[in-house]
Design a protein around this ligand. Structure first.
Ligand code: NAD
Ligand code: WQD
Length: 358
């Protein structure tokens, strides 16, 4: 085994993971990606290598395959894990909840078991604002602070809630564990290089990927899910955060954990959001500006499970992690449009020009 120490990134071929791998490498970390490519494509790893101008170790392993995962830990010195790998579609999770609990919860138990067996006790976990459920059920909880009571309303959100609690219990049993729970709000945009971005399979669930497909002519129009909410234009409010800002939040959290006093452990949650709420029409207008034309839309009925407002209070992350989202929605829309126009078929093309190192 070489003496090099690695950060192991589960789900590192995916949307947020691939952007985070770039920031890790730019900050001097050596990285190993573990991903079973169930919702991504190896091309994203090859493009990350092209962007950072060096090879990145990659293992095609399902986290639930505990023995294969254990082999990865046995053959490298791993000093911490950033855990992105999960299934993430809210609607799908209500239809196939068992698959979601198995993939997300069983996968995480397998990962934590292997980490424990190898004495790796530092983890940054991808959680979600979805754990809060409808925070407007309380007075004074918008923007949402970390102490807002949790009440996830769908199986996907419940897997995040369960995993947070599993990690909390492990820390409770051995307080030398260091765990950063990062609750993301709405990640958007793409890498400014135009080489990597979000590449949804099938019909996109999320607002901006759907709008991007309208803009390149893959879909006829955007359906706006309700304009009768109590906001300035009647559409729901979200906290949209550029994926590069979000990726940088992981470096801040990892550095925070690594800089704790030698014997200290930690379990702590941080919201990663901008603190600024935008409506569907605000985002629609920003994206139309990036594209340079008005895109067709139709107001449809409300979508089941949607809530009026999910805006973060990010002050804990701002002050403790010394991290702040800096990029605007306009920049995210510009980067998304560049990614979309330069890769209209996403990663699913045989594009070997990125294969510098393979
Ligand atoms: P993504 O689907 O692009 O990336 C997830 C990656 O994990 C994929 O590459 C997939 O192949 C891999 N994966 C899934 N199950 C696996 C398994 N059992 N073993 C190995 N690899 C597996 O999703 P993303 O948007 O990058 O999200 C990353 C994380 O952030 C997820 O945990 C997600 O729940 C969380 N999150 C995402 C959002 C969002 O809106 N994108 C918001 C909040 C939280
Ligand atoms: C944003 C707004 C829709 C699509 C989801 C998950 C959440 C987290 C982030 C993982 C809403 C409206 C959307 C469309 C629309 N993911 N919309 N037409 O629902 O806020 O959050 O992603 O953890 O858990 O639930 O994001 O992008 O789907 O919707 O009008 O075609 O856009 O009603 O107001 P959401 P979204």
């Amino acid at each position: 085994m070489s003496s090099k120490e690695y950060i192991l990134v589960t789900g590192g071929a995916g949307y947020i993971g691939s952007h985070t791998v770039i920031e890790l490498i730019n900050n001097g970390y050596d990285v190993i990606i573990v991903d079973n490519l169930c919702n991504s494509n190896y091309d994203s790893v090859a493009r990350v290598e092209y962007i950072v101008k060096r090879p990145v170790k990659f293992y095609d392993v399902d986290l639930r395959d505990t023995s294969k995962l254990s082999e990865v830990f046995s053959s490298h010195k791993i000093k911490g894990v950033i855990h992105f790998a999960a299934l993430k579609a809210v609607g799908e999770s209500t239809k196939i909840p068992l698959e979601y609990y198995d993939n997300n919860v069983t996968g995480t138990i397998s990962l934590l078991t292997v980490m424990k067996n190898h004495g790796v006790k530092t983890i940054v976990f991808s959680s979600s604002a979805t754990v809060y459920g409808d925070a407007t059920r309380f007075e004074n909880m918008i923007p949402i602070p970390e102490h807002c009571p949790n009440d996830p309303t769908n199986p996907y959100g419940k897997t995040k809630y369960m995993i947070e609690n599993i990690i909390k219990d492990i820390h409770g049993s051995d307080n030398s564990w260091r765990a950063a729970i990062l609750r993301y709000f709405n990640p958007i945009g793409a890498h400014p290089s135009g080489l990597i971005g979000e590449d949804p399979l099938g019909i996109p669930n999320n607002l901006l990927p759907f709008l991007a497909q309208v803009a390149i002519g893959k879909r006829e129009k955007l359906f706006v899910f309700g304009n009768d909410y109590n906001s300035h234009d009647g559409t729901p409010i979200r906290d949209y955060i550029h994926v590069v800002d979000l990726a940088k939040g992981h470096i801040a959290a990892l550095n925070y954990l690594r800089n704790l006093n030698e014997k200290d452990g930690l379990y702590r949650e941080w919201n990663l959001g901008t603190g600024k709420g935008s409506t569907v029409f605000d985002v629609y207008n920003a994206f139309c500006k990036a594209v340079g034309k008005k895109l067709p839309f139709e107001v449809a009925g409300r979508r089941d499970g949607d809530v009026l407002d999910l805006t973060a209070n990010p002050t804990r992350a701002n002050s403790e992690l010394k991290w702040k989202a800096e990029l605007s929605i306009d920049e995210a829309c510009k980067d998304l449009w560049k990614w979309t126009t330069e890769n209209p078929s996403g990663f699913r093309i045989e594009n070997y020009q990125w294969k510098l190192f393979n």
